[in-house]
Design a protein around this ligand. Structure first.
Ligand SMILES: [Zn+2]
Length: 343
């Protein structure tokens, strides 16, 4: 029986062919999946100088959540189509580096699993241990690869897909004074969420004032947006989060600002509007009807573009010393009041 190629893999191939003359395209690693081998690609665009800020977009970490890869691919396609004529975009690219890893886990996408082909959940596989209790199973476990949220065997190196993501972040993002990252997922829940670290503790990150300042410029410039912007720890804690790991690496240098965010697109909404989705082949984490998918795309592509602008113009919204104190107080009050009370 011939299995149809997932459309995301076809589009990835299309971007490699059509984007060759604009993007710098690299093969970061290869993943064996049954009879097939899948290369994992990165695409970069814009000014390679380490003096300019960078923004990275990641998708498909969880193979099941295809809409995450689709949003990144759609943003890349939109940029590619604008490059031949859009002088504003070309001007913008002189001052920023764009990094894409649209399909981190192609083997999982091919198999229709959250985990990679080894059964490991890449977002539970970093060496970070939670310091407070995590939810049973969901927070990451070492029982075995047959169960979701498996962290991988203790003491083993990171899975190749996660290691490739970390190497790319180190090379392209952490090599700069300022960078942002957005990792696109979909999950349970009715709302679209934008999460920032930590996932391993309820304590705030050092760059809480910067995160709050970013949220404020987003609220102000997208007045009717429906995203919930919050630390992941407000929802649940986990072991092994890759962005916790990379954020901690980044803060080893006090001069560096690295702001990793995760987009968690709410899929309850889609299910409520179309209960058939639970039984559909493409699964519950993906919108079923085409016009709904188009709406999902439109909304989130505006978000991705916001992050590119925020990275390009970071000097104009990052708070100064006095602003940092004000933002920190506001951020603690709106996100960490329970944590502060408990202390
Ligand atoms: Zn996910």
């Amino acid at each position: 029986m011939k299995v149809a190629e997932p459309p995301e893999l076809t589009e990835l191939q299309g971007l490699i062919e059509d984007g060759r003359s604009w993007f710098d395209i690299r093969e970061l690693c290869e993943v064996q999946c049954g009879q097939r081998r899948f290369p994992v690609h990165s695409f970069t665009l814009g000014n390679p100088s380490l003096d300019v800020p960078a923004v990275g977009f990641f998708g498909g970490v969880h193979g099941l959540e295809r809409i995450g890869a689709e949003v990144v691919l759609a943003y890349m396609r939109s940029l590619l189509m604008r490059l031949p004529w859009d002088t504003v975009l070309r001007e913008q690219l002189k001052g920023v580096r764009l990094v894409f890893m649209p399909m981190v886990n192609p083997g999982g996408l091919w198999l229709g699993t959250r985990a990679n082909p080894n059964g490991v959940d890449l977002m539970r596989n970093s060496p970070v241990e939670a310091v407070e209790p995590v939810p049973f199973m969901l927070g990451g476990h070492r029982i075995g690869p047959g169960l979701p949220w498996y962290r991988g065997p203790r003491g083993e190196p990171m899975q190749p897909e996660g290691a490739a993501l970390c190497a790319l972040v180190e090379k392209e993002l952490l090599s700069r004074r300022f960078s942002l990252a957005l990792d696109c997922h979909s999950g349970f829940g009715a709302q679209d969420r934008i999460w920032f670290p930590y996932a391993y503790t309820v304590q705030p990150i050092r760059h809480l004032p910067e995160m709050h300042a970013l949220r404020i410029i987003f609220d102000q410039s997208h007045a009717h947006h429906r995203y919930v912007f919050e630390p992941q720890s407000r929802q649940y804690l986990t072991h092994g989060d890759l962005w916790d790991y990379l954020y901690m690496r980044a803060t080893e240098d006090h001069e560096r600002i690295f702001m990793p965010l995760t987009l968690e697109m709410g899929s309850w909404l889609w299910i409520k509007k179309n209960p058939r989705q639970i039984f559909s082949r493409s699964g519950i984490f993906n919108p079923l009807i085409e016009h709904r998918q188009q709406r999902v795309m439109r909304r989130h592509i505006a978000l991705l573009d916001f992050f590119t602008r925020a990275a390009s113009s970071h000097e104009h919204w990052l708070p100064d010393a006095a602003g940092r104190e004000r933002h920190r107080a506001q951020a603690l009050a709106s996100w960490y009041s329970e944590v502060v009370k408990k202390k």
